[in-house]
Design a protein around this ligand. Sequence first.
Ligand code: ARG
Length: 459
Amino acid sequence: MSNAMWGGRFTSSPDSIMEEINASIGFDQRLAAQDIAGSKAHAAMLAQRGIVSAADVAAIQAGLDRIAGEIEAGTFTFSRALEDIHMNVESRLAEIIGDAAGRLHTARSRNDQVALDFRLWVRDTLDAVDAALHDLQLALSEKALAHADSVMPGFTHLQSAQPVTLGHHLMAYVEMIARDRGRFSDARRRMNESPLGAAALAGTSYPIDRHAVAQALGFDRPTANSLDSVSDRDFALEALSAAAICAVHLSRFAEEIVLWATPQFGFASLSDRFSTGSSIMPQKRNPDAAELVRGKSGRVIGDLIGLLVVMKGLPLAYSKDMQEDKEGTFDALDALALTIPAMAGMVRDLSPDLERMKAAAGSGFSTATDLADWLVQKLDMPFRQAHHVTGRIVALAAEAGTTLEALPLAAMQGVEPRITAAVFDVLGADRSVASRTSFGGTAPANVRAQAEAWLAKLG
Ligand code: ARG
């Protein structure tokens, strides 16, 4: 038996491998709610414009509602022979309401239908991503406020650089996530145009009202060009680009959590809720959630590249290659749906070891810059010379196996006789951090103000 939806010019049914390669129902059934919403808006417009009778449209609407209920209840049987969600729904509609079902597809093609359904899905999902990122920013800002003056080492090249505060470090991610949210919301704004009514590629001769359908589905306007409407997937590519950048941010933080939680760093421990044990080594507390956040970023990046490559050689308008747009997009946004709340949970439960962080902050000669700045400010030394003098003092301390703070004044004076005991004021990590009062710097008062401003903004 040939396909009931398009089989008019066919005499035999597809090869089983053809059916298998062609079918998207295994994954596009996730578009069911969007497909039904789109069909209902389309049908309402068809009635309004007198293209289909009010009675037929009423039957169509009731049938679609019933199908939505069946899908929600899990009683709907999806058929691979019916290829995709669009034809599964329409075929079931025919079973329920009979011939009137055949009028729903007037002035529509699966090409604009799938472009619509997928856009609606991405749009709905970006709204959920935004809410999750908002919550992660809250978790970070709350923790940052609690640790506005908890001193820890700041690194460059993963070598001790200058002391910072844990609050400052966490607020760095609040800023990154703010930009991620901005990228998602830019993408959402650009994608919020309805492709429905582009039909197969050229538009339609029926007197449809694309503006009314666009409005009913919460779009700002209909898309302007019918070929573009059914051909482009840049709305998904933009969402994936923003997702990939966001995933990279989460991955970098996850990597830091993995490091901090090692016994060797010992800066923080994860709660039992976000750790796992080993089946052989009883002492282990593994940061699996953080590792998976880091690992899933690889998939998200791959999903972006995958769709870019699918699209790059396609002539206008629709080609079946474009059916490959969905799984990667689902995969990437599913990954974010797990990784963002996992990060928020880890942040809320993270217990920093303040003693250890503070001790580490003072090691590695991390206040050498403060010493150089003291030479500049108190002795009016040019910074380059101060840098050199400090380097020699650091070398002495390293040789003596001690810290800058513990190095005797006489040793420092051996390098620069004008140094006085007042220098010790700036050699502690706490003092160093407190002195970084420049705009955006790590001084606890700055960090507290930043965290409070964010908390007020986040509500
Ligand atoms: N399942 C298809 C997809 O996901 C729907 C569009 C099919 N259009 C067509 N002309 N075969 O892209």
